[in-house]
Design a protein around this ligand. Structure first.
Ligand code: ADP
Length: 256
């Protein structure tokens, strides 16, 4: 009877611990939902006055009789506002692709076209340093996904490759098939990433603590957005990098 009593007591304790754990998970989830809603609401509220601010700055900049010191101040305000708009836009995007209730509408997306569009939107100098390799049949380089999200994903990876490697340093984009996956690799010969930083790359707002990174504009949200888009698409990402040598980001997306 003593043994049975002990077993019963243990089972009750286990059940209580399990219930406490479930409650904690529910609370954490509610907090996370609250955080996402707060970020989305704040970003929405910030966007319109910021856009109006930018328009007004432009108006003033084109006005007559602007003395040089006022013009300098205005340029600084403009830079600040542009940076804020970038943060707000990234926050809105993150709230969107991080929302588990947002339906994913997929269709076959020719990745070569997405890459072409992204590269064509960069400066002529940047276009010169990019090469695009297709390993295999071009018709096979089709992923099942949301075209707008594919565009964001490729844009963020290619922009990073450009930002974190010197002007003129080559960037290679490769498309290949691996079984049921289409693999998009973006390789640069830039500053590289330390092993400690590699673990944190996909965390919200993470930026490496180096002068070369700080010298570039950025929000630390680009790779978080990439990661959320991949989660939505049941894809994944691998990173190979050597400090001072360069980095390769390899994305696996489902083929139709
Ligand atoms: P952002 O570029 O806006 O800072 P990301 O989320 O895109 O933010 O990247 C996070 C950080 O990861 C960057 O600040 C940088 O430290 C590092 N990183 C990303 N891509 C590269 C790359 N190709 N080479 C070196 N470091 C990179």
């Amino acid at each position: 009877a003593l043994e049975v009593g002990r077993d019963l007591g243990r089972a009750m304790l286990n059940a209580r611990a399990l219930e406490r754990e479930r409650e904690l998970v529910r609370e954490l989830k509610a907090l996370d939902d609250y955080k996402s809603k707060l970020i989305a609401t704040l970003s929405h509220e910030l966007k319109s006055p910021l856009t109006a601010m930018l328009a007004n700055i432009e108006l003033l900049q084109h006005g007559e009789d602007l003395d040089p010191s006022a013009s300098e101040v205005l340029a600084a305000v403009d830079r600040g506002a542009v940076r804020l708009v970038r943060v707000v836009e990234d926050l809105l995007l993150l709230a969107k692709v991080g929302d588990p209730h947002l339906p994913l509408l997929t269709r076959p997306v020719p990745l070569h076209d997405v890459v072409d569009d992204v590269v064509n939107l960069t400066s002529i100098a940047d276009q010169r340093r990019v090469s695009v390799d297709v390993v295999g049949d071009l018709d096979d380089m089709v992923a099942l996904g949301d075209p707008a999200e594919m565009d964001i994903l490729v844009t963020n990876l290619v922009t990073n490759a450009m930002k974190y490697s010197g002007a003129g340093s080559p960037v290679t984009i490769t498309l290949a098939r691996a079984g049921e996956w289409v693999v998009l690799s973006v390789q640069d010969c830039g500053i590289g990433i330390s092993p400690e930083d590699r673990h944190q790359l996909f965390r919200e707002f993470f930026r490496s603590d180096s002068a070369q990174v700080k010298a570039q504009p950025g929000t630390g949200l680009g790779l978080t957005i990439v990661d959320r888009i991949l989660t939505r698409h049941a894809g994944r990402i691998e990173v190979d990098s050597e400090l001072g040598e360069g980095s390769t980001f390899r994305v696996f997306l489902p083929a139709p």
